[in-house]
Design a protein around this ligand. Structure first.
Ligand SMILES: Cc1cc2nc3c(=O)[nH]c(=O)nc-3n(C[C@H](O)[C@H](O)[C@H](O)COP(=O)(O)OP(=O)(O)OC[C@H]3O[C@@H](n4cnc5c(N)ncnc54)[C@H](O)[C@@H]3O)c2cc1C
Length: 249
């Protein structure tokens, strides 16, 4: 069959081979890699805290500018939740290059100014000086997480706040603001996956979604090098580009 105009809306794929027919038509293809995944941490005992949610953490990847600031969920395989999914989306390409073997930094208290965290802990140790470390959780951290962080910092739960000392204070500031974990591998979030990469936007005329290198050929949706973070951005991109392409100008 012969058509005057054709719209390609075949969706994403992390397999570059599936774009070869479009490459043969002279379209530039950005290396496709998966986006929106959760982090596997097979070597980290924090997975014992599965089900714990921390409302707002700052999650970062050392040595990069990649950061997210969202709720975090600890799972039986590692970490998930919006903070992780967003970071996986921002870092889809970098993390693929690292072979999904990298470190993450967790700031459990959503405060990058370590001076302010120190002040808060000094205030707590003044106000609650006779309470056990286990009996007062700063920043209303979840109970199980607080116990875990104390143990990781080698601070005994039966210690009183007034017995924390300078060394103990430094350890707490450090673990609350710069807690480092090893990620080894990724897991698809439910059945959801999105592809980062695909037909380069350089090959497309955005006013019409027509190919710049192949007349009367149009593109819409995830086949393009557009990927968004969670919350409907991918669907919106597919609908918007589909609407523009559908006008067939
Ligand atoms: C389980 C899941 C949940 C998701 N949840 C969200 C969400 O909450 N929010 C959000 O924004 N995004 C979400 N996404 C991503 C979003 O669904 C996609 O970005 C969006 O559907 C892309 O639309 P599309 O039309 O480009 O491709 P698709 O929806 O993938 O459709 C492509 C279609 O083309 C067909 N096709 C492929 N190759 C050929 C061929 N050669 N010939 C004929 N047909 C072909 C496929 O079978 C498919 O039916 C989710 C994705 C999944 C998998």
């Amino acid at each position: 069959m012969i058509f005057d105009k054709v719209i390609i809306a075949t969706g994403g794929s992390p397999d570059k081979e599936s774009f070869s027919w479009l490459e043969k038509l002279n379209h530039k293809i950005e290396e496709p890699v998966p986006s929106l995944f959760t982090f596997n941490m097979p070597e980290e005992p924090i997975t014992d805290l599965m089900g714990v949610v921390v409302e707002n953490v700052i999650l970062g990847i050392p040595g990069t500018q990649l950061k997210s600031n969202e709720p975090l969920l600890i799972t039986h395989w590692g970490m998930s939740g919006p903070a992780v999914l967003k970071l996986s989306s921002f870092g889809a390409r970098v993390l693929s290059e690292k072979g999904y073997d990298f470190k993450i930094q967790v700031n459990w208290v959503n405060e990058q100014n370590t001076g302010l965290v120190r002040e808060e802990l000094l205030f707590v140790s003044d106000e609650h000086s006779n309470k056990l470390l286990s009996n007062f959780r700063p920043y209303a951290l979840p109970n199980r997480l607080w116990s875990y962080l104390l143990e990781k910092s080698e601070l005994h739960e039966s210690k009183k706040w007034k017995e924390l000392g300078k060394k103990g204070l430094n350890k707490l500031v450090n673990i609350l603001t710069n807690d480092v974990y090893s990620v080894k591998g990724k897991t698809t979030f439910k059945e959801e996956f999105v592809t980062c990469g695909g037909v380069s936007l350089d090959s497309i005329n955005f006013d019409t979604m027509e190919s710049k290198v192949c007349k009367n050929l149009y593109f819409a949706g995830e086949v393009l090098d557009i990927d968004g973070i969670t919350g409907g951005y991918n669907l919106q991109a597919a609908w918007t580009t589909g609407y523009i392409a559908g006008k067939l100008k």
